[in-house]
Design a protein around this ligand. Sequence first.
Ligand SMILES: Nc1nc2c(c(=O)[nH]1)N=C([C@H](O)[C@H](O)COP(=O)(O)OP(=O)(O)OP(=O)(O)O)CN2
Length: 136
Amino acid sequence: MVYLTRQEHFNAAHKLYNPNWSKEKNEAVFGVCANENWHGHNYDLFVTIKGNPDPETGFLYDVKKLSQLIKTKVIDKLDHKNLNLDVDFMLGKMCSTENLAIAIWEQLQPHLPENVQLHCIKLYETARIYVEYFGE
Ligand SMILES: Nc1nc2c(c(=O)[nH]1)N=C([C@H](O)[C@H](O)COP(=O)(O)OP(=O)(O)OP(=O)(O)O)CN2
């Protein structure tokens, strides 16, 4: 079993805001990230797949194909977008790093070939904040 990781990058805007709460409660829970405080992040995304390398190619999966899949299913939908308003797979969800990592997993997992398993979505929101999601 080998683990193969592709790193990608996107920029996106968001705010942390629960529409069922008052402005005061949003501010108490989410601080400067709440209410009218739209702000952006430079996200770094690490997608790790696992499986056995093909004996003829030595590849688990062509990393160029993995990159193209991440680009079409995830990056094109997120890059330079507003996560709360523009991204179909985030609508109605809180735009936390946790929920974004889970949503990215759900976007990619159905499109991988049978011999390749998705292992981890690691998503940096800032240089000091990241989430790892293993699909469970
Ligand atoms: N569990 C989570 N907590 C927080 C999330 C999140 O997604 N999950 N997100 C945020 C905000 O988006 C916030 O903008 C994070 O940025 P910041 O506070 O600037 O964090 P930095 O690491 O850049 O700066 P420090 O001052 O070093 O924290 C908040 N919480």
